[in-house]
Design a protein around this ligand. Sequence first.
Ligand SMILES: *Cc1c(COP(=O)(O)O)cnc(C)c1O
Ligand code: SF4
Length: 342
Amino acid sequence: MQIVITSRRSVPSPPPAPRRWPEALKAAVRDPVELCRLLDLPESLHEPARQAARLFPVFVPWEYLARIQPGDPHDPLLRQVLPLADELASGPEFTPDPVADTAATRQPGLLQKYAGRALLVTTPACAVHCRYCFRRHFEYQGTPRTAEAWRPVWECLAGDPTIEEIVLSGGDPLTLPDASLAALCQQLEQIPHLRRWRVHTRLPIMIPQRITDQLVTLLRQSRLTPLVVIHANHAAELDAAVADAVQRLVDAGIPVLNQSVLLRGVNDCAETLVALSRRLLELRVMPYYLHQLDQVSGAAHFYVPVERGRALIAAMRSHLPGYAVPRYVRETPGEPSKTVLA
Ligand SMILES: *Cc1c(COP(=O)(O)O)cnc(C)c1O
Ligand code: SF4
């Protein structure tokens, strides 16, 4: 048998890895032209990247960068993080606050749209800037940064016994140090009618070393039942280090779910979505939602029509066990839950 060795160019390494997670966050690539150069992208992409990054800055950790195929402007992981000229030209139906977060604000930092659960905007920081992010224009200025500023939120939650679950969101709550998470948790635990805390995060994918034993213990030892919702859009995001991080959560008995966004040029293909679900199952992660894109300004180039999304779900259903097919949902402002499309 002839062995063919293909030369796969690889991304140049940053200063010594592995780094602890706070250093990994600090080391992330923030310069759009550097991102293009590191990945051998055509020069013609540099200037548009620079311009689009003025609207929403670039932020890509090295751990994720290493999973992108250099020289391929169509790489599905790259598309999630590379600013393109398309961002400067999204139509009028793409708006700064497509899901009406502003109208759902009960207190600065506290959003509620649905019965029984409320969402905390714990931090403006993320471990990656996703170009399709529905909060890319969110006004984080008013959200609490100090214990004092959080107090009205605790008072509001304590006064509303209908709320039983808290969704920690942001930004990404796992960019906070463990001490801050522990302090948030302590406040929540003092509110007797709260039962669960749910963490929505891309950290296990972007910087998997964030999932330390200490963090797992913190999540586990609370009176509140923990859930973790990760956010992967493509199987290539889920490499061995990510698998290891997720395994630590699952082994600790924490339910781990995945949500994805249906994105043109990233995962709008049946094989890609089936492969993602299979990889998630390998990691013992349950596919939860496939979100229809929120129509945020700057993200029009990611749009996939609902009919196409429904056809993709039908194709997934014909290849996978029922539990491996995510619910295809859209968020419509004013509705009492996400709207199930398929
Ligand atoms: C999506 C969302 C939730 C969670 O909804 P589930 O259907 O329970 O996953 C909670 N609060 C807000 C504000 C949301 O946008
Ligand atoms: S991690 Fe979430 S909040 Fe942060 S940029 Fe990506 S989609 Fe937006």
